[in-house]
Design a protein around this ligand. Structure first.
Ligand code: AMP
Length: 429
């Protein structure tokens, strides 16, 4: 027998037991976006490969190793988006949003694609929600960005999240730091050779990334490395000071992490990450920062920006890990049961009427006996079961069983919708 086809490695089906939690998370994102003045944009899932090569940077892991790139039938190189920031900046430029009052605040959510080694919390297709403030350099926009992400987690009921913050400087001050870091590594006991193979490759192309290597050997080598904060130019230092003062002022518990550099080249000044212990080794629930050079990198004028992306799978894992109560899985209000198959049409008609009155209803289509239908009704989570037997059909009534106390009463068929609406309200009160 042929083996049945499975979902590709690194992808997963989000089934009914879980998908309603996703819907809840996305609802909270949408509410926060509205409350903070963001407008939603729906962007393409694939873009020209060049957007990511230029906007993320050739020397990053994402571009070097992780992109899903293919040539389409028109001979164009196309890439499934690995993140949203570059697309957001592209969209801002393409629609000339510089003409609008600044800043422009955009948000979106959807699937991203990265060819990574799958593990808990790390997938090849995963969802992100992404919030960006484009067109202003004000450090208060950085502060608001961090607060926006925290507001999503606060409303979801997540606790014990650790905000890490750093500055990665700008093209004025970063080169000197880059050189200082390289000198430090080269003059260490094992020199360049002591680094892991990946970091040896990073040494010339992207040495800051060595700080963020998870390998013990590399961590030890960079242990006493100079901190980029000590190399910041006056402008970057003042910006960082304003953001950290702001965080203190709003009572956000943020910790300085001098190793936090972010993988992407377009980042300038503020870089931040939010960690959740429940996630294990893939512990970042959110990453973000300022990217004042992105728009130029993709061929536009200079447009500053700041934003964050948070992984939906990781939010859901953290919610489950922290045992946050999200309410019950959504279910129908009423299940309609018949005493015999001959009454199926009556059941369908009643379910139709109930739904038309805003009452969520379901019924059986598998020709089950009454006992089995009652089982289905219990499994559906419905608060009420409407039973139509021969007597009820003949007398224009329905028997309604309240599933929480088992009490059953007979009501007129033509009053079923209004009575059930009333009882549902009483029950939910
Ligand atoms: P990044 O775009 O790499 O800064 O990632 C931002 C956020 O997206 C991370 O903090 C995670 O929550 C999430 N994320 C990134 N990569 C993955 C992945 N492969 N699988 C699941 N979530 C991810």
């Amino acid at each position: 027998m042929e083996t049945a086809i499975k979902a590709p490695r690194g992808t997963r089906d989000v089934l009914g037991d879980e998908s309603w939690k996703w819907a809840h998370v996305l609802d909270v994102c949408r509410d926060v976006a509205r409350d903070f003045g963001y407008s939603e944009v729906l962007l393409p899932i694939f873009e020209h490969t060049e957007l990511f090569c230029r906007g993320i940077g050739d020397a990053t892991d994402v571009v070097e190793k992780e992109m899903y790139t293919f040539i389409d039938k028109g001979d164009r190189s196309i890439t499934l988006r690995p993140e949203l920031t570059a697309s957001m900046a592209r969209s801002y430029l393409e629609h000339d949003m510089r003409r609008a009052p600044q800043p422009v605040k955009l948000w979106s959510a959807g699937p991203m694609f990265r060819y990574e080694r799958p593990q808990k919390g790390r997938y090849r297709q995963f969802w992100q929600t992404d919030f960006e403030i484009l067109g202003v350099q004000d450090p208060m926009a950085d502060l608001e960005t961090i607060d926006t992400s925290m507001e999503i987690y606060r409303r979801l009921g997540l606790t014990n999240l650790q905000v890490l913050i750093n500055s990665v400087g700008c093209p004025k001050c970063r080169p000197a730091y880059r050189d200082a870091l390289k000198r430090f590594i080269e003059s260490g006991p094992g020199g360049l050779e002591a680094l892991c193979e990946t970091c040896r490759g990073r040494f010339d192309r992207n040495p800051l990334r060595i700080l963020d290597c998870k390998k013990l050997a590399c961590k030890e080598i960079t242990e006493g490395a100079p901190a980029i904060l000590d190399s910041l130019c006056d402008e970057c230092a003042a910006h960082f000071e304003d953001v950290t003062r702001g965080l203190e002022r709003i009572g956000a518990d943020a910790r300085l992490d001098k190793r936090l550099v972010r993988g992407l080249d377009y980042y300038t000044k503020t870089a931040f990450e939010i960690l959740a212990g429940e996630l294990g080794s893939q512990n970042a629930v959110c990453g973000g920062g300022r990217y004042d050079n992105l728009a130029e990198a993709i061929g536009g004028p200079s447009v500053p920006g700041v934003g964050f992306a948070s992984g939906i799978e990781r939010i859901v894992i953290t919610l489950e890990g922290q045992g946050v109560f999200l309410g019950d899985k959504p279910h129908v209000d009423v299940y309609v049961v018949t005493a015999s198959n001959g009454l199926a049409l009556e059941a369908a008609a009643l379910a139709h009427e109930l739904r038309a009155s805003g009452i969520a209803a379901d019924t059986d289509y598998a020709g089950r006996g009454m006992k089995a239908q009652m089982k289905q009704a219990a499994a559906s989570g419905a608060a009420f079961v409407c039973i139509i037997g021969e007597d009820e059909a003949a007398s224009g009534t329905v028997s309604v069983k309240n599933m929480s106390d088992g009490e059953q009463r007979s009501i007129a068929r033509n009053e079923a919708a209004s009575k059930l609406a009333l009882w549902r309200e009483e029950r939910n009160r």
